[in-house]
Design a protein around this ligand. Structure first.
Ligand code: ADP
Ligand code: MG
Length: 897
């Protein structure tokens, strides 16, 4: 339904209408006492999404107003569901206390926050193991001259995580946007509609972004937001980066009602520096999410995660999604975990401390946004204390050698705030309550004034106890109690039988007569109630003052605290790497600047973990050195091709993330782009079976790949007819070999392609070893030199439980087909000829093996026909025969005789 006109609305509904007009794209959570209420279309949408009752409240324009409500204490759970379903929520809070106000008219209310997917801070709404990013994109203003020399279109990108303060920017070519989106997986995107984000379109922020500021203005405002005179202090920013950064900040300000959370200074991520991977590659490698959307199991992150803190696992995920391309940066990480690996006792002490560490980054973010609770302060105190302990461990004079630079840096950040830790720990009660309103957040003895107020409040409560005794005596009812009642305040409660004794007392007023008892009030009690409430209020007010002081004191150090949180995460990620490295069969890879790639005894970390206990994972070598940089891998289904392909891609990814790798040794020449592709048929689970998708992804490799890329392609061309597929696979293989000249592993079930080794000198044929045992197949999962002889598809079908008659029939058909051989690749196929020609032109090295043409029955049959001599009937018969030859039907044999 539409929101009706506000004409004739009641005073509080007028307030609602005004707020709704400001936030048309959000559900308005309108605070009414202990509930948030939603009206009109908001109510209908929320009731449906949350499966709660839709009722009505009052009337507007002669019709009831649809309404639903959510209790304040259960807010986060409901918000989580709404945000997950793509809604945004505007929170309108009561800005005055209904009990204390004096004026008339509706309570003052304000929208204090808009909750959107990219601006979450609540623990309940966030995944502790993953960042939650808001991404802003800006396009460079196109030079009006245009013309041929204009540079490729560039984009500015800025992304931030307000739950941790991370803030980074980049300037990139438009063509690299998919890779960036894949890497960041942003929860929300702020970008002009003219910037296409493809499948991420549904993550666009609901509000159109504000018009982009001009570059000078953007630089100025960005510098201002971080209180520096010039942006140069932060590194070199392109104009578009600064513009994108300001768009992001503006969006956050709008959602936080003008407040800006704590953010680390923006860090430009030079265009080089990270291994580029697009979304298809990330999906096929299942880095932090499987193809079916699972995150907890069967992902690379889950298999190699040995971290013990939320910050540590977020950092590790960040490393896996942005492996490095800078040799010294990679080696710095290796040196750090290598050190921890050698210093086993030290590392154990670090782990023990880390296990107790809270999520410091997210606690700080909530405090900075004014959403902090006593628990967030306590978490800060604990986090800083643990940080200091870790700094002390790392300072240990008994360490035999100097700390590697990454750990030395971390130590400095970790030991920066011992005083604040002690101060907060002394100020807070233990344990602290969930909410400040629950009281007792501040430890006794910390603030004299608070102690005094609490003393007065408690004194009043003792008076109450005396008054109770007093009344019991005066009215002769021993079981008389004074209780607090939500509406009535303090009441006298007596059993029903005793009610008569109190009924006629002029100083008492009967408020409720219950079967179980009766309740009375008196002016004396009301007076006492007022005094107790006032004392409690004063104590609560003082507690809030002390709390605010502690928060301010904490936030004064927020840059140092956030550095401390980052250092904790780093130490955790590094100890996790050391843990991995200590397992048998893991090694520190050698990182080189050349184009080598040699892996011995490599394994797939996820498949190996999944097999553990059930079967032994067979390690395999892989050598893609320049003279044999393109591996053509053939072998039957289920032989282990896909596993081998991905394991090598993952080993490169982990090596460049600075981590140990699952191999006995590895030498990795730094890769600048990684492509991993899966044939359409393997992707059915995702409902993206179309051949079109497969080809689009292939096109990306051919456009963006270069000599430093690593490409792993799995059964490309599977999603279309056999000949098409073969032709495409062949052409792609050729392009990889001759044009892109990258390192690649190409798995295919088109065994015919193995013949191309004769004309492609750097093609390395490899196959999965199998054992033919009494006519059935045993998979050895071992990669060897050579090409597969046959595909064993029928045997795999039998293994998979296809009924025996069908398997038998398939075996028979296969035999017939192999005899007529309609699909055999022959040198006369136009494609092959073209390949031969291209090869002759492009490459002077000659292959040793020439492809031998297979007998071509169709051609022979055709040659036998003399059209001049045929009757019409004979011509028709010949045509049938030819057709049958093509379809390979057994009838062809009988007709031909
Ligand atoms: P293909 O792509 O050739 O059809 P997969 O790579 O999908 O084969 O492997 C099929 C199954 O074989 C895997 O799920 C795994 O259980 C097993 N497997 C693959 N490689 C190995 C290996 N190196 N050692 C042990 N088992 C393996
Ligand atoms: Mg496969």
């Amino acid at each position: 339904m539409q929101t009706p006109s506000a004409d004739g609305a009641s005073p509080s509904m007028s307030q609602w209408f005004a707020m709704k007009a400001d936030h048309p794209n959000a559900l308005l959570f309108f605070r009414m006492g202990d509930f948030y209420e939603l009206f009109f279309a908001d109510a209908e949408a929320a009731a449906a999404a949350l499966d709660i009752a839709l009722t009505a409240r009052g009337e507007h324009g002669g019709a009831p107003i649809p309404m639903c409500g959510v209790p304040v204490h259960a807010r986060d759970a409901y918000l989580a569901r709404l945000i997950r379903r793509g809604f945004r929520v505007a929170l309108a809070e009561q800005m005055e206390d209904p009990k204390k106000r004096t004026g008339r008219g509706p309570l003052k209310r304000e929208v204090v926050r808009i909750i959107t997917p990219g601006t979450l801070t609540e623990e309940a709404l966030l995944d502790a193991a993953a960042p939650n990013l808001l991404l802003a994109l800006a396009e460079a203003a196109t030079s009006r001259g245009g013309g041929r020399q204009s540079p490729p279109p560039m984009l500015g990108a800025a992304w931030l995580d307000i739950s941790t303060g991370q803030f980074e920017t980049a300037c990139l070519a438009k063509a690299d946007l998919p890779a960036l989106l894949g890497r960041l997986d942003p929860a929300e995107i702020v970008a002009d509609a003219a910037i296409h984000v493809g499948p991420w379109d549904e993550r666009r922020a609901a509000d159109a972004p504000a018009t982009a500021p001009r570059p000078e203005e953007a630089r100025h405002r960005l510098a201002e937001a971080f209180a520096v005179a010039s942006l140069d202090a932060f590194g070199s920013f392109e104009d578009v980066e600064a513009v994108a950064a300001v768009l992001a900040l503006d969006y956050v300000r709008r959602t936080q009602a003008g407040r800006l959370p704590h953010l680390s200074r923006p860090q430009p991520q030079g265009a080089r520096g990270v291994l580029a991977m697009d979304a298809a590659t990330r999906a096929s490698l299942e880095i932090s999410e499987t193809r079916t959307g699972e995150t907890g199991r069967h992902t690379l992150l889950a298999a190699i995660r040995r971290t013990v803190t939320p910050g540590g696992v977020r950092l590790l995920a960040g490393w896996l999604h942005a492996p490095l391309t800078d040799q010294s940066a990679i080696v710095a990480r290796q040196d750090a975990w290598d050190f921890l690996l050698l210093q086993g006792a030290l590392t154990e002490r670090l782990r023990e401390r880390l296990r107790a560490a809270p999520d410091l980054a997210r606690a700080l973010a909530r405090l900075a946004l004014g959403q902090g609770t006593p628990r967030d302060l306590a978490a800060t105190a604990d986090g800083l204390k643990i940080a200091d302990e870790i700094a002390q461990c790392l300072k240990d004079e008994r360490l035999p050698e100097a700390l590697p630079p990454l750990l030395a840096e971390a130590r400095t950040a970790l030991g920066a705030l011992p005083d604040l830790a002690a101060y907060l720990a002394g100020a807070l009660a233990d344990p602290v309550p969930v909410r400040l309103e629950d009281g007792r957040a501040i430890a006794p003895g910390f603030d004299a004034e608070l102690d005094a107020e609490r003393g007065l409040r408690d004194e009043q409560r003792q008076i109450l106890a005396r008054v109770q005794l007093d009344y019991a005596e005066r009215y002769g009812v021993a079981s008389l109690k004074i209780k607090h009642h939500a509406q009535l305040g303090y009441v006298i409660e007596v059993p029903a039988a005793a009610a008569e004794k109190l009924r006629d007392r002029p100083e008492l007023v009967l408020r409720q007569g219950l079967a179980a008892g009766a309740r009375f009030t008196s002016t004396e009690l009301s007076e006492l109630d007022r005094r107790i409430a006032a004392a409690a209020d004063r104590a609560a007010a003082r507690e809030r003052v002390v709390f605010d002081h502690l928060v301010a004191r904490t936030l004064a150090e927020r840059a140092a605290i956030s550095a401390c949180a980052a250092a904790l995460a780093r130490v955790d990620a590094l100890q996790g790497a050391a843990r991995l490295a200590e397992a048998a069969g893991w090694c520190r890879p050698l990182i080189t600047e050349d184009e080598a790639l040699q892996i011995s005894g490599g394994r797939h970390p996820v498949v190996e973990a999944a097999l553990s206990g059930k079967a032994v994972f067979v390690p395999n070598d892989c050598d893609l050195s320049p003279p044999q940089r393109l591996m053509l891998l053939t072998g039957p289904n289920m032989a282990g091709k896909s596993t081998f392909l991905r394991q090598n891609a993952l080993i490169v990814l982990m090596a460049q993330a600075g981590l140990p790798v699952p191999a006995s040794s590895a030498s990795i020449g730094i890769v600048d782009r990684l492509f991993s592709r899966v044939g359409a048929a393997d992707d059915l689970a995702r409902g993206r079976s179309t051949f079109m998708v497969e080809m689009t992804e292939t096109a990306a490799i051919l456009h963006q790949g270069g000599p430093r890329s690593l490409v792993v392609v799995d059964e490309i061309g599977r999603g279309t007819a056999t000949l098409d597929g073969l032709a495409i696979a062949w052409a792609v293989l050729e392009a990889l070999h001759n044009t892109i000249r990258c390192r690649a592993i190409f798995a295919t079930h088109f065994h015919e392609l193995a013949r191309l080794t004769g004309i492609m000198p750097r093609l390395q044929p490899a196959t999965m070893r199998i054992k033919d045992w009494k006519g059935s197949v045993i998979f050895l999962h071992e990669v060897t030199h050579g090409a597969a002889g046959r595909s064993w598809g029928v045997h795999v079908a039998a293994l998979a439980g296809v009924p025996a008659p069908v398997v038998k029939r398939a075996a028979h058909l296969l035999a017939t087909l192999e005899k007529s051989g309609p699909l055999t690749v022959s040198a006369e196929l136009p494609l092959f000829a073209a390949a031969q020609k291209q090869h002759d032109d492009a490459d002077t090295e000659t292959g040793e093996r020439a492809a031998t043409p297979a007998p071509d029955v169709l051609r022979e049959a055709l040659a036998e026909i003399d059209p001049e001599r045929l009757t019409a009937r004979q011509a028709l018969e010949s045509l049938y025969r030819l057709k049958e030859l093509v379809s390979g039907s057994p009838a062809a044999d009988s007709l031909a005789s």
